[in-house]
Design a protein around this ligand. Sequence first.
Ligand SMILES: [Mg+2]
Length: 165
Amino acid sequence: MGKGLKPDLYIKSVFDLDVNWLKERGIKGVLLDIDNTLVTHKQKIPDEKVVELIKRFQENGIKAAIVSNARKKRVAVFNEKLGLYAKHRAFKPSNRGFLKAMSDLNLAPEETAVIGDQLFTDIRGGNRIGLTTILVDPLDKNEPATVRIKRIFEKLFLKRKPWHD
Ligand SMILES: [Mg+2]
């Protein structure tokens, strides 16, 4: 049995993440969601906070990569300045995008963390293959209807706080 929907860590924002938390756990790579994790759906390019965050990972010997369900163009435009390893249309919670990124970056599951704002895609997908999972609050509450519907279900789980028993 996996961890299901229980993240290993819950933080309000990815920008609050303490890299030491990752280092203490032997994490050598982070697989980052874009939409509502690094930037809002509306932001096409990374802002200074994102650039600083990626730099912080890299300076601490942690590889940063993008694994996103978004379209090719969205990911390519976003990643232009960052130049990270990036997978678009990852179909999270499918494990294929995660596994491909880990294989290309030479990362073992126990060295890899997933960071995202969605329980049913980012967290569930990462937990299924034994990755460290980090849940953040979505940056923008003004989301597309499809995502908002998912939030209703997420809230039911969050209320139960499954990771607090
Ligand atoms: Mg997202």
